[in-house]
Design a protein around this ligand. Structure first.
Ligand SMILES: [Zn+2]
Length: 199
């Protein structure tokens, strides 16, 4: 690395921090960008810079969105009585792509992970309860991933929500254990939603 020009070394250092990018990939990307058209590089840099400026967290469902409220919360055609709880905005996007869900969402922004020090206060649970207390929601579908943390989070939410008189369901285990909702194929996601069971 010592022999690399400083601008390249700096970019590689920044790229290596991205998930799934090792030093080899980062180096390849950095050299690729050094040969790329100026306009394309500018567009990439501008898109990254705009993330912080233009990306919002929806004040209702806590999803990452281009507006607040997000497109889904602002859509009167969506069934606000059904709320699908997911771990991350990427999971929401995957379920949306399946085209099988017409309700609304709530993004927890993580799962309970006591060993990593992630407790209920670190998730967007208070925001969810506030929505339920408004009395419009009849069913909460818990679509956290079928991992140990996802299951523990689902049980925690069910214990919290059921006393409020709201039906709590869990998506069916059409997904492989440890598989991410985000990466499940669309048909499987649709079946998982349709086969949901009361908790
Ligand atoms: Zn929203």
């Amino acid at each position: 690395m010592a022999t690399l020009p400083a601008p390249l070394a700096r970019l590689i250092q920044a790229l290596v921090k991205l998930p799934g990018v090792g030093e080899k990939t980062a180096t390849r990307l950095a050299f690729h960008l050094s040969r790329t058209d100026r306009s394309d590089v500018d567009a990439l840099a501008a898109a990254i810079a705009a993330l912080r400026e233009e990306l919002h967290t929806c004040s209702r469902c806590c999803a990452l969105a281009g507006s607040d409220p997000c497109e889904i919360c602002g859509d009167a055609q969506r069934n606000a009585a059904v709320v699908c709880v997911v771990e991350e905005s990427a999971d929401l996007a995957a379920i949306e792509r399946s085209g099988r869900f017409t309700g609304t969402y709530h993004v927890l922004q993580g799962t309970l992970a006591p060993l990593d020090g992630v407790g209920p206060d670190d998730l967007r649970v208070t925001e969810l309860l506030r929505r339920l207390e408004a009395g419009m929601v009849r069913e909460v579908i818990v679509a956290t991933n079928p991992t140990t943390e996802g299951e523990a989070t689902a049980l925690y939410l069910a214990r919290l929500i059921k006393p409020l008189g709201v039906r709590v369901t869990r998506i069916a285990h059409g997904l492989p254990m440890g598989g991410d909702v985000e990466y499940a194929d669309l048909a499987t996601l649709g079946q998982a939603l349709e086969g949901r069971r009361d908790m």
